[in-house]
Ligand binder design. Structure first.
Ligand code: HEC
Length: 209
């Protein structure tokens, strides 16, 4: 009985002491938040578990559309080259200005295979406190799926294949412009002029509006 009484006093006292020490630690500014100072191993494990489980749970219900559509992959190639390579690199691109300073390090998406549901969720919503942006803020799902379709093709792609597919990609613009872009790239493919990107005239027109 006496032991129980002691515990009833001791445990809340310890809990309050821990809270006070943590508050002082945070408020005094003792924590080094610099991105060049790695976490303790235990902190890394906890964050990784938190991240993995959170994403897996949210991605589980996502329905994956047909990702083998060539137009979709082609569109995604242009988006990827414009928005993702400075952090995630690409075949033939082994470094960038920003990547060495990022913590956590963004994975090289041509060297790992990411489940399309996870790739879609992370691309749309981003990851807090990591530098991975929520691309869903400025892009609709159709565009995000095109990026995922391309990311799905990345592993094993040679630098030559990468360069070729990016050079054939339609211009970066929203869906209303897609029809035109599609038509003109179909036309140029028909004329076997696939090296000439159909972008210049369309970009010019956009700029004039
Ligand atoms: C400013 C840097 C930055 C840019 C730009 C960026 N990312 Fe990321 N991305 C990250 C970081 C950092 C992580 C790792 C997050 C983590 O581990 O918590 C990440 C993680 C990911 C993952 C998860 C990979 C995995 O193994 O689970 C995917 C998929 C991804 N990014 C796709 C993209 C795509 C697609 C784009 C372009 C539309 C993009 N990212 C642009 C920084 C970036």
């Amino acid at each position: 009985m006496k032991k129980l009484g002691q515990a009833a006093v001791l445990l809340p006292t310890i809990a309050i002491a821990v809270l006070v020490i943590m508050s002082i630690y945070i408020y005094a500014g003792w924590y080094d938040i610099g991105a060049d100072r790695p976490h303790w191993r235990i902190t890394t494990s906890v964050i990784e578990m938190l991240r993995t489980r959170s994403i897996e749970r949210r991605a589980a219900e996502i329905k994956v559309p047909d990702l083998t559509n060539q137009q979709l992959i082609l569109k995604g190639a242009g988006q990827y080259a414009a928005m993702c390579t400075q952090c995630h690199l690409a075949p033939g691109k082994s470094d960038s200005e920003i990547r060495p300073g990022l913590y956590p390090q963004p994975p090289e998406l041509s060297k790992i295979r990411v489940d399309p549901r996870i790739a879609f969720w992370v691309t749309k919503h981003g990851v807090k406190m990591s530098g991975m942006p929520a691309w869903g803020r400025g892009h609709d799902d159709a565009t995000l799926w095109s990026i995922v379709a391309f990311v799905n093709k990345l592993p094993g792609m040679t630098p030559e294949q990468y360069k070729d597919i990016v050079s054939r990609a339609p211009p970066d613009e929203e869906m209303e412009g897609m029809e035109g872009a599609k038509a003109s790239s179909d036309a140029s493919a028909g004329r076997k002029k696939s090296e000439t990107p159909a972008t210049a005239p369309m970009n010019g027109m956009q700029g004039m509006r």
